[in-house]
Ligand binder design. Structure first.
Ligand code: NAP
Length: 320
């Protein structure tokens, strides 16, 4: 797979979002099957793996740590922490979270350590100071923010350069195109889209008849309401049309669209089968011309998206 740079780190052009192996997308594969799949992604050229302390209360970090152990040194392993509000000692709080993650991941360093959500009471600059110390100590190689504003990116980056910003970005959610993505371009920061397939919607494989169960966040995602699945059909029609022209699939076009935009964009779709690895990683080989992109942009500008941003929908979602 093609390689890209996020900050100073080199990664495969597409990463693997590992959340669904334990959390958030309904019944997870058995442990051994999940280990096999994560390793298979590496065999297929993926060198960028994404987890978080919050996915299944640390169980996802344990799973990913075990899976990547045989090739730990060859990959970029990213995890995330939620920083408590009003910490007595910010450095101590972050170190406690990091040490627990390192133990679960069976490693002594994290490549990209993300602040999972921005804090109300902890200035971005203060977090950047602590992350700078952790880089100097060799406990992390780089760091990032998730769902941050342009202002938060700039203020933090001025203190300790950011490796990556990881935020929701897809044909269904483009608010970061306005300011954060241009700021990443200017400052040499990678941009890592999460939910790049709109939680799978952009694959065109889900219909009104699908029922989501258990901890599947799509129970709460309004873009998956029956009436919104119908109302968002024009977007799928566009994807099917462009896919037909390129002998590709809608998911591949949705991913190729963002890959073709900027070389510092590295999506991390969640996927749990070899067939989906082949399909989604295959998007790296779909080359959209500037004419294709212009046509897609023109059509997208006329398509209204029905349903909220993911963050708005999942506040208060009960993952049990
Ligand atoms: N920073 C944050 O706050 C944040 C928030 C959410 C997610 N994330 C990260 O981003 C990663 C990806 O986001 P996401 O999982 O929310 O959304 P996504 O990648 O847009 O969609 C994942 C869903 O789409 C399905 N899918 C993937 N490829 C498909 C294909 N080719 N055809 C049909 N269905 C397909 C997957 O099914 P299967 O899994 O069943 O194959 C899964 O249900 C996560 O794993 C996580 O690491 C970060």
């Amino acid at each position: 797979m093609e390689k890209r740079k996020i900050g100073t780190l080199e990664v495969s052009a597409m990463g693997l979002g590992c959340m669904g192996f334990s959390h958030g997308h309904g019944p997870a594969p058995e442990h051994d099957e999940a280990i096999k799949l994560i390793r298979a992604a590496h065999d297929k050229g993926c060198t960028f793996f994404d987890t978080a302390e919050g996915y299944a209360k640390g169980a996802n970090e344990e799973l990913v740590g075990e899976a990547v152990k045989p090739f730990r040194g060859d990959i970029v392993l990213a995890t995330k922490l939620h920083i408590p509000e009003n910490p007595d000692d910010l450095g101590k709080a972050v170190r406690q979270h990091l040490d627990a993650s390192l133990k679960r991941l069976q490693t002594d360093y994290v490549d990209v350590y993300y602040q999972h959500r921005m804090n109300k009471t902890v200035p971005a600059e203060d977090v950047a100071v602590v992350m700078g110390e952790l880089i100097a100590e060799g406990k992390i190689r780089g760091w990032g923010q998730s769902q941050s504003s342009e202002d938060e990116v700039r203020r933090a980056h001025a203190v300790t350069p950011l490796t990556a910003v990881q935020s929701e970005y897809s044909m269904m959610e483009r608010m970061f195109e306005r300011d954060v993505i241009p700021a990443c371009k200017e400052l040499g920061i990678g941009f890592v889209p999460f939910s790049p397939l709109g939680e799978g919607f952009l694959s065109g494989k889900y219909t009104e008849r699908d029922v989501f169960v258990g901890d599947d966040v799509r129970r709460a995602i309004t873009r998956y309401k029956k009436e919104n699945i119908r109302a968002n059909q024009p977007l799928l029609d566009l994807l099917h049309r462009i896919a037909g022209e390129h002998e590709a699939t809608p998911a591949q076009i949705a991913l190729a669209w963002m890959l073709c935009k900027e070389g510092f964009i590295v999506p991390i779709p969640g996927m749990r089968s070899i067939a989906r690895f082949d399909e989604n990683f295959g998007a790296c080989d779909v080359k959209l011309s500037s004419d294709d992109i212009a046509r897609i942009e023109g059509e997208l500008s006329r398509i209204e998206i029905h349903g909220n941003r993911t963050d708005e929908d999942i506040i208060g979602f009960d993952y049990r």
